[in-house]
Design a protein around this ligand. Structure first.
Ligand code: ZN
Ligand code: ZN
Ligand code: ZN
Length: 315
């Protein structure tokens, strides 16, 4: 069983947009309050976050999430990475680094945006990350991930205790992600639980981004095209998430028409739209409009707007 909860379904500025007087931004319906796009996946005992944007802290608090086994990053944009400093509380509670999975290009951006987290002599209390590099192939997360028990020394920072009792400063290490294991998507190998995850390649204008498939749920965001070669990875889905930011063609996101055409092509039982902007009507109206559009166009998927807090499940 895989559960996905939408922690945020808004475009890069969120909805409402600061200072916007429009009726969507002024709506009092909670469905029209959209944090920046992120998803929380629970599967086989693993707790996984996709993207940690500027609303990360409020998203964790809103859903009472107290632990993460992995944070997967789709791409380097700030609305997907801007909250990574706030994993500090997880570092402190779990006494370990947070396991982050991303492509090398995303790591390069993190090194730039969060130079202090990679500094040789870190400021005490800087975030502790253990970065796993993805190369586009299916990978696995495991219950083994262990950068050692971090020890917090007040006013000095985090250290690893060595067998001889000495303390070595922590280092935000970078390793290659472990490849997926053949056979079932989850299980036990070498005494440790694992979960296989399939990345899906998409293009965000000219920027390569990754979506992720967990069992029969695929979460794709910030794409404007998907190479034909990825189609085979999107077969037999119960739930598909696609991004759209408006009715008009957009250089880096699917327009609504493009998202509907893609939903029809992939043919998941349900398709959920995310990364929504205030150009769409209020949630209830948008649901009605989509039902009508899908009927008129004979779309072979039940397409609905996602909303913050929505949970979907697949066997
Ligand atoms: Zn985005
Ligand atoms: Zn507005
Ligand atoms: Zn983006």
């Amino acid at each position: 069983m895989t559960r996905l909860t939408f922690l945020g379904t808004g475009t890069s500025q969120g909805v409402p947009i600061i200072a916007c007087p429009c009726d969507r931004c002024q709506s009092t319906d909670p469905h029209d309050k959209r944090f920046r796009a992120a998803a929380y996946i629970e599967s086989e005992g693993f707790q996984v976050l996709v993207d940690a944007g500027p609303d990360f802290r409020m998203q964790m608090l809103a859903r009472n999430i107290r632990h993460l086994d992995a944070i997967l990053l789709t791409h380097k944009h700030k609305d997907h990475t801007g909250g990574l400093d706030d994993v500090r509380s997880l570092n402190y509670i779990d006494r370990k680094a947070v396991e982050i999975y991303c492509e090398p290009e995303v790591l390069a951006a993190l090194r730039n945006d969060y130079a202090y987290a990679f500094a040789e002599h870190k400021y005490p209390g800087a975030p502790e990350w253990h970065v796993h590099l993805l190369d586009g192939r299916p990978f696995r997360i495991t219950s083994l991930e262990n950068t050692g028990e971090l020890e917090w020394v007040h006013d000095v920072g985090y250290f690893f205790r060595q067998p001889d009792g000495s303390l070595v400063p922590s280092d935000n290490a970078v390793v290659d992600a472990l490849p997926a294991l053949p056979g079932p998507d989850c299980g036990v190998a070498d005494g440790h639980r694992y979960l296989n995850i399939t990345p899906i390649r998409g293009m965000h204008d000219q920027m390569p981004v990754l979506g992720f498939r967990f069992g029969n749920i695929a979460y794709l965001t910030d794409m404007s095209s998907i190479p034909e070669s990825e189609s085979v990875k999107l077969e037999g889905l119960e739930h598909l998430t696609l991004n759209t930011v408006g009715y008009k063609p957009h250089h880096s996101h699917f327009s609504l028409d493009e998202a509907l055409a893609l939903a029809n092509r992939i043919g998941a039982r349900h398709t959920w739209l995310t990364h929504l902007s205030h150009t769409f009507p209020p949630h209830r109206q948008f649901c009605e409009d989509l039902r009508k559009l899908c009927r008129e166009r004979g779309i072979r998927s039940d397409v609905q707007p996602a909303y913050d807090g929505l949970t979907i499940t697949a066997p």
